[in-house]
Design a protein around this ligand. Structure first.
Ligand code: MG
Ligand code: MG
Length: 255
């Protein structure tokens, strides 16, 4: 069921989203060669604690998961696409890191993700990240009243395919509100003019994830959570929580 939010709810979701944006900014600032993934999780935990927010990730257990998620961040390095569990792995020069963060404030959720490199970036990683970020921006630009979910999916997918990247078909964006994952699904590839018509008050997470090698296939790592590219190529992931409004798309997860 798709839930349309009141204007007061949008403002409440902005408060949750601001915490997410702030946490991601802090994590990015802390990331460097030698820093462990668990240290990044601790940075985010501190931001959540200091802002009175809780984590929708911590203890989360969807159907596919063998264990409750043990952290407040997903940290996915290099060939990991999404859902990486922060481990004691220490970042190395040139690593491509995707960080996904959620927060709950006053019962409302925010969800956003960013990719970046630590140390000296590889040019192909810069291109991958830039393209994935552009796809997020194109998806946001398509999130206007009267358009359809398929228009967002098409905007994202056409950018990824034009660049030669793969797209993990079964993972994408989603509605969000009191729960982190609500209807509708927001795929990262699709046909324009299809799907749910966008209305003022609909809130969705838009989250392109592109696979550099061009293949769409991935596999779950031994931990049951981390999704890795089948061809071993690197992946990037950018996400914002966005409200569709009569004044245009409102990004809720900026710092
Ligand atoms: Mg997310
Ligand atoms: Mg999400």
């Amino acid at each position: 069921m798709v839930e349309i939010k009141t204007d007061a709810a949008l403002d409440a979701m902005r408060a949750a989203g601001r915490v997410v944006g702030t946490a991601l900014e802090a994590v990015r600032a802390a990331a460097a060669p030698g820093v462990r993934l668990v240290d990044l999780d601790e940075v985010a935990r501190t931001v959540l604690r200091e802002t009175g927010a809780t984590s929708p990730f911590l203890g989360y257990r969807p159907d596919f998961a063998p264990t409750p998620f043990p952290a407040v961040l997903c940290v996915s390095v290099n060939d990991a696409i999404v859902h990486g569990i922060p481990s004691t792995y220490a970042l190395r020069d040139g690593d491509l890191v995707s960080v996904d963060c959620g927060a709950i404030v006053d019962g409302w959720a925010g969800d956003a993700a960013v990719s970046f490199t630590v140390g000296t970036p590889r040019p192909e990683d810069v291109r991958l990240m830039d393209t994935t970020r552009q796809a997020l921006e194109a998806g946001i630009a398509a999130a206007v009243v009267g358009a359809r979910i398929g228009d967002i999916a098409h905007a994202i997918g056409s950018i990824g395919r034009a660049a030669g990247y793969g797209i993990a078909a079964d993972f994408g964006g989603h509605g969000i509100g009191r729960h982190m994952h609500e209807d509708p699904a927001v795929p990262n590839e699709g046909r324009p003019g299809r799907g749910l018509v966008l209305r003022h008050g609909l809130v969705i997470a838009i989250e392109p994830m592109f696979l550099a090698g061009g293949g769409d296939d991935y596999y779950p790592a031994a931990d049951g959570w981390t999704l890795r590219t089948m061809d071993g190529s690197r992946a990037a992931h950018f996400e914002h929580t966005v409200a569709i409004t009569n004044d245009g798309p409102r990004v809720l997860t900026l710092p």
